[in-house]
Write a protein that binds this ligand. Structure first.
Ligand code: GDP
Length: 354
């Protein structure tokens, strides 16, 4: 049996290209292992611990005021579409004491309210050291606490930080064009932190193109407006379809996942008892306006799909959409299983360093 398009043409999701199980893509051209360890750096009080607590431990932003300063490295292990491990480092950590080859990404947090006289030179030092260790390292710069500045000044400051970082990098012997460096304007008070984290995590998901293709096919066949595959706990989206991400839709979907996760323990039936039984997967929908509905389906133990859909399509074609969903869920599971077996076979993969 194959999933069905709403216009009636059958199109097997199985036609989506599957990731090759023989590829060794966790190793980059230089032979360094691409792992899912993320080094979190920045000056003291720049907001590093707050970011991790808000995103992964559901801490309310207002409670970050009471977080104690970190005095030693805190490791935070997250099991999402891929296993991630964040190393939240105090500002005085000496980089040479860390196992630098094990990191695929550096997340550097800059406080926007700062004068930048210490944070940018420190960032340049970090980039220089990490680039020497692994030229393909992802450097993600969170220009953080955006909420603290007025709209006009915020954009101006953000551009100023980018310009200064590039100016100072050109004075080093780093090949800036080959550097994988991304800037994000973030705040724990709005959706920007989740959106930036989603982009960071997506760069680490090897089978991302296959997940995206599955979403594109599912959206086209089921006439969805927008779809996000979320990690249910953190509300990071691990993949989305090809249509542009609109901030308001993203915020709505995040809030819906949050609300359902908060209420889930009241109604929860364990999928682990019988993971093949579709009736054990959660599902919920809400009408946003007369024309548009928001629908949530649990896809795996950690992942859920949240979509916006024209209300009449959802009401009239629900059976067909849920029929397609069976193939979507199967496809996601197969892609993740293949990726997990690739990772476990990888020699020297350090997703769980000692
Ligand atoms: P760390 O030393 O880098 O780990 O910084 P903390 O996480 O302890 O945060 C330092 C302070 O920054 C705390 O008082 C947080 O409430 C505050 N903070 C963190 N993120 C934000 C943000 O996005 N906006 C604002 N206005 N304050 C923030």
């Amino acid at each position: 049996m194959a999933p069905v398009e709403l216009n009636g043409n059958a199109r097997p999701l199985g036609a989506t290209p599957a990731p090759s199980s023989s590829s060794n893509s966790n190793l980059n051209a230089a032979g360094y292992v691409r792992t899912s360890n993320i080094l979190v750096l920045g000056l003291r009080r720049s907001g590093k611990t707050s970011i991790l607590e808000v995103v992964f431990k559901n801490l309310s932003p207002k409670h970050t005021l009471y977080i104690d300063p970190s005095i030693r490295i805190q490791r935070l292990r997250i099991d999402s579409a891929i296993p991630l491990e964040f190393w939240d480092c105090p500002s005085n950590v000496a980089l040479p004491t860390l196992p630098l080859q094990q990191f695929s990404t550096v997340l550097f947090v800059i406080d926007m309210q700062d004068t930048f006289s210490y944070s940018i030179p420190k960032l340049i030092d970090v980039v220089t050291v990490m680039y020497q260790t692994n030229p393909e390292i992802n450097i993600e710069i969170f220009v953080h606490k955006a909420d603290a500045l007025a709209d006009d000044y915020r954009i101006e400051t953000y551009r100023h930080v980018q310009q200064r970082v590039f100016d100072e990098l050109t004075d080093t012997n780093i090949d800036v064009d080959s550097l994988q460096l991304q800037f994000h304007l973030t705040s724990i008070w709005d959706h920007t932190i989740l959106e930036s984290f989603s982009q960071l995590v997506q760069r680490l998901i090897e089978p991302l193109p296959y997940l995206e293709e599955l979403l594109n096919v599912f959206c086209a066949n089921s006439r969805l407006l927008k779809s996000f595959l979320f990690d249910s706990n953190s509300r990071i989206y691990v993949a989305t379809d090809a249509s542009p991400v609109d901030g308001n839709t993203h915020t709505l979907c995040c809030d819906y996942v949050r609300m359902l996760s908060d209420f889930a323990p009241l109604y929860c039936k364990s999928v682990e008892d019988n993971p093949k039984d579709a009736s054990t997967w959660s599902n919920s929908s809400i009408r946003l306006s007369p024309d548009t509905s928001l629908v949530y389906w649990q896809i795996t133990r950690n992942l859920c799909l949240v979509v916006t859909i024209p209300t009449d399509v959802y009401l009239n074609r629900r059976g067909l959409i849920e029929y397609n969903l069976v193939f979507f869920r199967q496809g996601v599971q197969e892609i993740l299983d293949l990726d997990a077996s690739e990772r476990s076979r990888k020699p020297g993969d350090s997703t769980s360093p000692s």
